[in-house]
Design a binder for this molecule. Structure first.
Ligand SMILES: Cc1ncc(COP(=O)(O)O)c(C=O)c1O
Length: 492
């Protein structure tokens, strides 16, 4: 059919859009120039990471209007590198020991540059089978690391929260519970908040998310769990899922996964393991010891942006039977061809809530193929060693109590001064944490354990080595000395 326009006014103005001011196209040379300019900023940024402060100075933040006029690329880079980026936590720094670090392998940025430029459609097999296979291979490798059987599969997500949610949605879809008001989910009081959120978003009332007491090692109390399940069954409720921890955020505690699996099997309950923090320690013997039973799970959350050192935005859900994901998510549509369930073929849109998506697998595939798995394994072993070393050193400091000994690469401690009340102890430990962080050479984050304020050290970035842990201990010793002489108002 030929185009028909009622008047010249309606005709698209091709010449206008070809003008440099309005065209959005970049030719090869322009692209090379822009990437080159960005790399000119990024290379020195990477080289100076260890010397950059751990926190920036807070300055006024202004909202900007919709830009009507073009701006120079170099000016925008200035805005980013001189104003916006420095005013943040320096999360890729080797001294970042707060929350759960990962570092962010820069290989992923190169992978993204390639993936976003070729912009292939990887949600369906037929549009890019070689690239879908590449990502499915990454998922299969993760299944092998965790020890899941050949029937297993999964998908990459943007993070652990999404993975936990997809796991519970899958449990719900397969559980076929008519009235979700009857469904219950079991977690320990140390579970990450994303698990309760996932249950809620999967349709389980928050009141039915059972927070089971943890023991003195911050692992779920198995007896309490069994009793709660028995009570719930008696009341006519329907247990939907047990969520075990393979490395809690607070202390890195690992639940008795074998016991949880046994209970789940006896009661026919879905067994999910949140291994967002700990999962990749399965590459090490110590990790395999600590997480015995993870391979029995129905589903496992991993966070490559933690223990696989990727930048933020990289999570993963593995399931024991890959078909479960398909049963929970598949849909058909008139505008897409059939996507048959054939062996070797994966259609990500049929096993996940998403349709269009980025080629996330390349971020993992590239560094893993370039280096092989051994440097990842050795890095993780080193993190376990570093955290144990830090625990031993802390024990030598007068007044320091290790509240959580490392089970993986996290520990928690606090300063106990002889005459402080609980409130004073909390106040002094809050000050202690602030004082340590004021150095800006390292960054630690606090949490609450047994109702008391404690300071955590989490060693997980591939950039963190012995040098940073020595600095960390120096800063702690110096801050502790300052705390010894501080007088606080009496709150007894
Ligand atoms: C144990 C655990 N589970 C889940 C999450 C949530 O993961 P994400 O932040 O990737 O959504 C975290 C994040 O720190 C975590 O530590």
């Amino acid at each position: 059919m030929t185009e028909s326009f009622t008047s010249d006014k309606d005709r698209p103005n091709h010449d206008l859009l070809a003008s440099p001011n309005l065209s959005l196209e970049l030719n090869g040379d322009q692209f090379r120039e822009l990437v080159g300019q960005a790399v000119e900023r990024l290379a020195p940024f990477l080289d100076s990471l260890a010397d950059q402060p751990l926190q920036g100075d807070a300055k006024e933040i202004k909202q900007q209007p919709l830009p009507e006029k073009p701006a120079e690329f170099a000016t925008l880079l200035d805005e980013l590198f001189e104003q916006r980026i420095p005013q943040s936590y320096n999360t890729p720094s080797p001294g970042y020991l707060a929350y759960v670090p990962g570092g962010g392998l820069p290989h992923a940025a190169i992978a993204d540059l390639i993936a976003d430029t070729v912009n292939r459609y990887v949600s369906t097999w037929f549009t890019a089978p070689q690239l879908v296979r590449l990502e499915a291979d990454v998922v299969d490798w993760f299944c092998r690391i965790v020890g899941l059987p050949d029937s297993a599969g999964g998908l990459l997500t943007t993070g652990g929260s999404l993975a936990n949610w997809i796991a519970l949605v899958t449990a719900r879809e397969l559980g076929k519970i008519d009235d979700l008001r009857q469904a219950t989910v079991y977690v320990s009081d140390q579970a990450h908040s994303s698990v309760a959120k996932a249950a809620r978003l999967a349709g389980v009332p928050l009141a039915n998310v059972r927070s089971i007491r943890s023991d003195r090692l911050f692992r779920i109390c198995i007896e309490d769990l069994e009793k709660q399940i028995a009570d719930d069954l008696k009341s006519g409720l329907i247990p939907l899922a047990i969520v075990g921890n393979a490395g809690t955020t607070n202390t890195g505690a690992v639940d008795s996964l074998e016991s949880l699996s046994r209970i789940a099997q006896q009661q026919n309950i879905w067994f999910h393991v949140d291994a967002a923090y700990g999962g990749f320690f399965m590459l090490t013997e110590r990790g395999q010891q600590a997480m015995r039973g993870i391979e029995l799970a129905d589903s496992v959350t991993l966070d490559p942006h933690k223990g696989f050192f990727l930048p933020y935005g990289n999570g993963c859900l593995l399931v024991r039977r890959k078909n479960d994901l398909r049963l929970a998510h598949q849909e058909s549509s008139d505008y897409l061809p059939e996507m048959p369930d054939e062996s070797g073929r994966v259609d990500f849109c049929q096993i996940s809530p998403e349709l269009s998506r980025d080629l996330r697998g390349l971020r993992i595939w590239l560094p893993l193929k370039m280096h092989g798995v051994e440097p990842f394994r050795q890095n993780l072993k080193e993190k376990l060693d570093l955290c144990h070393w830090a625990a031993k050193e802390l024990q030598l400091i007068d007044g320091i109590e290790i509240v959580a000994q490392p089970q993986l690469s996290t520990l928690a401690f606090r300063l106990c001064r002889p005459d402080d009340s609980d409130e004073q102890a909390d106040a002094i430990n809050r000050l202690l944490c602030d004082r340590i962080n004021e150095s800006r050479r390292i960054l630690l984050s606090p949490t609450i354990l047994n109702g008391r304020f404690v300071v955590r050290i989490c060693v997980l970035s591939f950039r963190t080595h012995f040098k940073q842990l020595k600095i960390c201990l120096e800063e702690i010793r110096s801050a502790v000395e300052q705390m010894r002489v501080i007088q606080l108002p009496d709150t007894k």
